[in-house]
Write a protein that binds this ligand. Structure first.
Ligand SMILES: *[C@@H]1O[C@H](CO)[C@@H](O)[C@H](O)[C@H]1NC(C)=O
Ligand SMILES: *[C@@H]1O[C@H](CO)[C@@H](O)[C@H](O)[C@H]1NC(C)=O
Ligand SMILES: *[C@@H]1O[C@H](CO)[C@@H](O)[C@H](O)[C@H]1NC(C)=O
Length: 286
């Protein structure tokens, strides 16, 4: 198996009564392999603990963003073949096992972040036209339309974006400075969709990018990522409480990871123990 570069992973609660699924796609870093490769999408079936292959996307992409909007999955932009960026957007209907193109994103972008708030998909930042951007757009799924929102204060890519209550948080990431070198964007800011305003949150600086992020009740879970200063991958799992503005180290990943994806699954107790068993087996196998 070639190196997996997987940048879309999400949980899909309405798949069927019990199953929770995730998608992931692989695109090799090796360009020759990439040209010959099919773009694969897999679904994790929590009941069997297996990854099942589903219909492939219409366009090859990596460094994209995937999100669940009601009964479908939406994937936005990303890097396409041989390093080009794409602005295409595809929707996946699980009941038909079918992908189709929808309204393209306003710009060809990769390494952006996204989140859902009240059924609307928000996409922030990313790498566009040779630099990090501060744009914020939202996708209205019924109208299949992209709307321009207020820009973030800080341009960033490879950052994290997550919804907690009525706020959308953007954390970490990186940008190119005036001498075209990557530097961290350590500021945290949040967006209020009702007022279309960003607010900078005074908190501990997060010098990290390419981590994965998900909401855990009112807290933010950050796993792995890369530090430019130390030039190393992280294996840490942090819990950030935006109300109290406190960070807590919650554990470690089995391996340091960057450019990975994570999602949270709601599982029954039975399912939880089954997966915990399988997880332990998978770790021992390596
Ligand atoms: C990449 O983009 C350039 C400019 O838009 C285009 O000419 C070229 O054909 C694209 N390459 C691939 C492999 O799609
Ligand atoms: C957002 O910032 C971009 C530059 O990154 C600028 O061109 C654009 O006019 C700004 N948009 C809004 C809505 O302020
Ligand atoms: C860009 O970042 C590099 C690495 O942190 C630093 O050495 C350099 O001085 C910065 N350049 C500018 C113009 O800020």
């Amino acid at each position: 198996m070639v190196a997996i570069c997987s940048l879309g992973m999400l949980s899909f609660f309405s798949w069927s009564q019990v199953a929770t699924g995730c998608i992931t796609t692989q695109l090799s870093h090796d360009l020759k392999v990439q040209a010959a490769e099919k773009l694969n999408v897999f679904r994790f079936d929590a009941r069997s603990g297996m990854w099942l292959q589903v219909a492939g996307m219409l366009e090859r992409r990596t460094r994209f963003h995937a999100e669940v909007i009601s009964d479908r999955i939406v994937v936005v932009g990303g890097g396409s073949l041989l390093g080009n960026l794409t602005q295409t957007v595809e929707e996946y209907q699980p009941k038909d096992n079918k992908w189709e193109f929808t309204a393209p994103f306003p710009m060809a972008v990769a390494d952006h972040a996204g989140t859902i708030h009240k059924g609307i998909l928000y996409i922030s930042g990313g790498f566009f036209s040779g630099k990090a951007t501060n744009n914020l757009h939202s996708y209205l799924p019924r109208l299949r339309r992209w709307v321009i929102n207020h820009n973030m204060t800080f341009a960033r890519c490879d950052h994290g974006m997550v919804t907690i209550g009525d706020k959308i948080f953007c954390l970490g990431g990186r940008k190119l400075n005036d001498s075209e070198e990557w530097i961290h964007v350590s500021e945290t800011e949040y967006y209020c969709p009702t007022s279309d305003q960003w607010t900078i949150l005074k908190s501990f600086p997060l010098d990290c990018s390419q981590f994965s992020i998900c909401a855990k009740q009112s807290k933010i879970l950050i796993t792995g990522g890369g530090s430019l200063r130390q030039m190393k991958k992280e294996d840490s799992v942090y819990l950030y409480d935006p109300e109290a503005r406190t960070w807590m180290r919650a554990g470690s990943l089995p391996h340091p990871l960057v450019d990975h994806a994570s999602c949270s699954l709601k599982l029954s107790h039975l399912m939880f123990f089954k997966i915990a068993d399988q997880g332990a087996a998978a770790i021992t196998e390596q």
